[in-house]
Design a protein around this ligand. Structure first.
Ligand SMILES: [Zn+2]
Length: 128
């Protein structure tokens, strides 16, 4: 990644990949929440234990969210290796140019609180 502040451009090391994701899962409706919540956003249960999951998965969808007064925001849907589907941001995945099934790894949290993933480089043997 190249960071430019206008004064001096320099190379910035990309953030290291995470080894696992932490999330809350509702005991009653199985909803997964990635930011700290006291109530389940679906059923309002207070039974939200923390769990750990894999930080790797595959892109399985794209969602466009439109809000009045704001432009369209595009989020990706990633299916983690344990089957949980996560709405997230993927930092080096241009919309329309990234194939479904591309492998991704979690690298942190986006400014809006969603998990942030990065597309893994394609290994020559994995090419289709
Ligand atoms: Zn719930």
């Amino acid at each position: 990644m190249r960071l430019s502040t206008g004064l001096k451009a320099r190379e910035v090391d990309p953030s290291p990949p995470l080894e696992e994701l932490r999330f809350q899962r509702c005991t009653w409706c199985s909803t997964v929440v990635f930011r700290t919540c006291l109530l389940c956003p679906v059923c309002a249960s207070t039974d939200l234990p923390w769990q750990r999951g894999p930080a790797t998965g595959k892109i399985c969808g794209v969602i466009q969210v439109g809000r009045k007064g704001h432009g369209l925001r595009t989020d990706m849907v990633v299916e983690l290796d344990n089957g949980v589907r996560v709405r997230c941001e993927v930092e080096n995945a241009p919309i329309g140019l990234t194939a479904y099934g591309a492998c991704v790894t979690a690298v942190g949290t986006a400014p809006n609180g969603m998990p942030l993933f990065r597309v893994d480089p394609v290994v020559r043997e994995e090419r289709w």
